[in-house]
Design a protein around this ligand. Structure first.
Ligand SMILES: C[S@@+](CC[C@H](N)C(=O)[O-])C[C@H]1O[C@@H](n2cnc3c(N)ncnc32)[C@H](O)[C@@H]1O
Length: 248
């Protein structure tokens, strides 16, 4: 049985069709019984089995093109090496893979089903010769151990911090110096609120100051690029780089 049908069965079981519970109960139970990232990984698997485009938030064409157009305007070039943190089912990744030189795109995700869908998409869209690396974040953290010391000119986390609690975002910031090349930049989006608030099982909002403090702690310069980023659901966009402008 393929990954998708296994995930589909698990989805039906978890969403309660076999036990009479509601879908929300099944998913909430997932988060009660497992650590956050293990639950989120399973949750993403289930969502991918149900609808691979909606699993990453939908607006597939619009938000996919938005990401690559924005980063090209910020200086992304085909020769750059890029890391797509939380690449999901390649809503943005398919555009980056097509644009970048062969072997220059790496996607990292905690969901095996999302990565499997991504591999199939790469083949279907004739992008196999671009040799994207699609890696499973098995450590279920953001210490980037699975990257084996590879360094990138540009890293992106689109619609990822919108779903992560503070400790995982702190983990990511603490390990940036191990993944960015000299001059490298890390772009990420977030949902704004005047104070930190969790609005769902995996939905979090932050004030900009939260990221400014993290950047200061790690000697990074932060620039708010939100005015240049027309995200249809109002996500904000920020970039961090080393304070002296030499990259992280
Ligand atoms: C809303 S989706 C966005 C996917 C993609 N960036 C896009 O814009 O289409 C968030 C993705 O981040 C992944 N993710 C969440 N936490 C992660 C982590 N710690 N490491 C790697 N991937 C993660 C999820 O599995 C999911 O596929």
């Amino acid at each position: 049985m393929g990954l998708m049908s296994r995930a589909g069965r698990a989805l039906r079981r978890l969403l309660g069709r076999d036990v009479g519970a509601t879908a929300d109960d099944g998913v909430a139970q997932l988060y009660e019984e497992r650590d956050f990232l293990t639950a989120y990984s399973a949750h993403t698997d289930l969502r991918v089995a149900a609808d691979p485009q909606e699993a990453v938030g939908g607006m597939w064409e619009e938000i996919g093109a938005l990401q690559v157009d924005f980063l090209k305007a910020q200086g992304l070039r085909p020769a750059d090496h890029m890391l797509d943190i939380g690449c999901g089912t390649l809503r943005g990744g398919r555009h980056f893979i097509a644009y970048l030189d062969a072997g220059h795109y790496t996607g990292l995700d905690i969901s095996p089903a999302a990565l499997e869908y991504g591999r199939q998409l790469v083949a279907r869209e004739g992008l196999a010769d671009k040799r994207p690396r699609l890696l499973l974040g098995e450590g279920k953290d953001l210490s980037f151990a699975e990257l084996g010391g590879a360094r990138f000119d540009l890293a992106l986390a689109q619609s990822v911090f919108t779903h992560l609690p503070p400790e995982l975002i702190a983990d990511c910031f603490a390990h940036l110096d191990g993944i960015l090349a000299p001059g490298g930049r890390f772009f990420f989006t977030y949902h704004h609120a005047d104070a930190f608030v969790q609005t769902g099982l995996k939905d979090f909002r932050y004030p900009l100051g939260h990221f400014q403090e993290l950047a200061a702690r790690h000697g990074l310069r932060l620039t708010d690029l939100s005015a240049a980023y027309a995200h249809p659901r109002g996500q904000r966009m920020v970039v961090v780089e080393r304070g002296d402008g030499a990259g992280v």
